[in-house]
Design a protein around this ligand. Structure first.
Ligand SMILES: [Mg+2]
Length: 147
């Protein structure tokens, strides 16, 4: 137990050193419970998280703020995750984006990847898996060795 906690602590320390700053994540999720759970979990892993409840606010935040990573729910009011993804990729083709949804439709997964998402996750997904994806992507981007 203590060993696992210690390892986690040093993993976060190492990550913070490599990044040199807290990575900023935009999280768009209209499910209030899932949104707040994800935000809390990611903040515990030393990320700075902006949570928005729909696609329009996601795009507006994306335009006004510089993010290191974007997490997009697919089914959202006002503007879908896939449309938000298309707009964000036109603004910044290099922004890493992970999409997720509960429909588990293969076409949706393929469309996400075609639009430039690095990963599509079916709900419910393990938060550890999401964190690993973000972490390894940011480490690679900065030239650090993944753990
Ligand atoms: Mg939704």
């Amino acid at each position: 137990m203590v060993a696992a906690l210690t390892e986690r602590f040093f993993a976060h320390q190492k990550f913070a050193e490599i990044k040199g700053k807290m990575a900023k994540i935009l999280l768009a999720e209209d499910d209030k419970n899932l949104g707040s759970v994800l935000k809390t979990e990611l903040e515990e892993s030393q990320y700075n998280v902006d949570l928005v409840p729909n696609g329009v606010e996601a795009v507006l935040s994306f335009i006004s703020t510089s993010y290191d990573f974007v997490l997009l729910d697919m089914l959202m009011p006002r503007l879908s995750g896939i449309d938000a993804l298309r707009i964000m990729k036109r603004i910044d083709p290099h922004i890493p984006v992970i999409t997720f949804s509960g429909t588990a439709r293969k076409e949706e997964q393929e469309e996400s990847v075609r639009c430039g998402a690095i990963k599509w996750l079916a709900k419910p997904f393990a938060i550890a898996e999401l964190k690993n994806e973000i972490r390894s992507h940011l480490l690679h981007k900065d030239g650090g060795a993944p753990r």
